[in-house]
Design a protein around this ligand. Structure first.
Ligand code: ATP
Length: 244
């Protein structure tokens, strides 16, 4: 059966040029690609290759110098700041390297936080937060504060917080950068399972080629250009078969 592909993110001829004194830095130097619904894509490259710049553009955190970014059917490069705030609040979730949890709040309060911006009643917010904490296997840690949890557990709270708004797209910036390799693999597998089950779209940037290998497709970026897009599904299935 032919697979039906629904584009979620379309990037066309994207440029970001910074001026530094006399010099111009082409942080993104003509980038084109499409990401489809339900995909987990990683963007991998060395330091300074343009990963964060690209993620910031996709998430509407920075304006491109030139080019188009179409999410769903909306051109985000044409949105006003207010429209971008609404877009980020309602349609995307973020997972950060540094977890960004609030130290004074426990796990469920941290997860429920993005819902307060939607004006949802407290009881409903906490109910949804508990459901997400269940999903990431932390139902016993609901009342733990960040300092009372391991790095991996804190990042699972971060994953639950990104998912609680039921976003179409999740952006992750080096999400396991502060974790050891075993815990990183656990968090990666968890993210991949949830993306698959909930039919979400996940875009992750990393400098780590091993972690990039958890994705369905790997976008290699260098000097602001996508050098290669690698379909990783077949390779991954083979690795998984070997592990059974
Ligand atoms: N605000 C800025 N002003 C000037 N140059 C910038 C700015 N932000 C990024 N750059 C430059 O753009 C290029 C791409 O930077 P970017 O932060 O996207 O790289 P990266 O791949 O995310 O690197 P890292 O893995 O180190 O975070 C680099 O050459 C960087 O110096």
């Amino acid at each position: 059966m032919a697979e039906e592909k629904e584009p979620v993110i379309q990037v066309k001829n994207l440029y970001k040029v910074y001026s530094v004194g006399e010099n111009r830095v082409f942080a993104l130097n003509g980038v084109d690609f499409t990401i489809y619904k339900g995909e987990f894509c990683s963007i991998v490259g060395t330091s300074g290759s343009g990963k964060s710049t690209l993620l910031n553009m996709l998430a509407g955190l920075e304006k491109p110098t030139k080019g188009e970014i179409i999410i769903g059917k909306q051109h985000i490069e044409k949105m006003t700041e207010n429209q971008l705030v609404k877009f980020r609040r309602e349609r995307v979730g973020f997972i950060f390297q540094s977890f960004n949890l609030l130290g004074t709040m426990n796990a469920r309060e941290n997860v429920a936080l993005p819902l307060t911006f939607r004006g949802m009643a407290k009881k409903e917010r906490l109910k949804r937060a508990d459901k997400m904490l269940n999903l990431v296997g932390l139902n016993k840690h609901r009342t733990h504060k960040p300092t009372q949890m391991s790095g991996g557990q804190q990042q699972r709270v971060g994953v639950a917080r990104a998912l609680v708004v039921e976003p179409e797209i999740i952006f992750a910036d080096e999400p396991t950068g502060n974790l050891d390799s075993h815990t990183s693999a656990d968090v990666m597998n968890l993210m991949r399972d949830i993306v698959e089950r909930e039919k979400l779209t996940l875009v992750m940037v990393t400098h780590d080629t091993h972690l990039a290998g958890f994705a369905d497709r790997i976008f290699h970026i260098s000097d602001g250009k996508i050098l290669k897009i690698e379909d990783n599904r077949k390779h991954r299935e083979e690795v998984e078969d070997e592990q059974v």
